[in-house]
Ligand binder design. Structure first.
Ligand code: FES
Length: 142
């Protein structure tokens, strides 16, 4: 489900980390990288790439080891509606869920949020910015 690699140093003058080629990433599988800025989970979705710090704001769990996908969303009684596809990571310790696109918890279940990083694609390479992003934005290429 995930993959660890040796700590990577930034490769770009901007301080971005090259975490691999686009084709090295399966869709909807979170890969974990040990970067100089800490452990970071990166996922490729149909909307682009997202990257977040691999640390749950609740009690510090390696959140990126949790299940990635969607979640049940508010619906009418007795209906079961699945939504937020390709956006939600579920913490493996206590089950809080977060949007990888923004870092915010699903339905504001907790005030804490994941630290997000901008991902850019250059020449087919996946570059994770070392600067924290308020909101991650999907890369233009998937
Ligand atoms: S540590 Fe993640 S939900 Fe508690």
């Amino acid at each position: 489900m995930d993959e660890k690699t040796a700590a990577l140093a930034p490769v770009k003058p901007s301080g971005a980390y090259d975490v691999g080629a686009v084709e090295d990433f399966e869709f909807d599988v979170v890969k974990i990288f040990e970067l100089e800025i800490g452990s970071v989970g990166v996922v490729r979705t149909s909307r682009g790439f997202y990257a977040v710090r691999n640390r749950c704001p609740h009690m510090g769990a390696p959140v990126c080891r949790g299940r990635f996908g969607g979640t049940n969303v508010t619906s009418e009684p007795d209906d079961l509606v699945y939504g937020f596809r390709e956006d939600v990571i579920r913490c493996p310790w206590h089950g809080l869920e977060f949007h990888m696109s923004t870092g915010e918890s699903v339905y504001g279940m907790t005030k804490g949020r994941l630290i997000t990083y901008t991902v850019d694609i250059e020449d087919g390479r996946v570059l994770v910015s070392r600067r924290r992003g308020g909101n991650a934005r999907p890369s233009t290429s998937s």
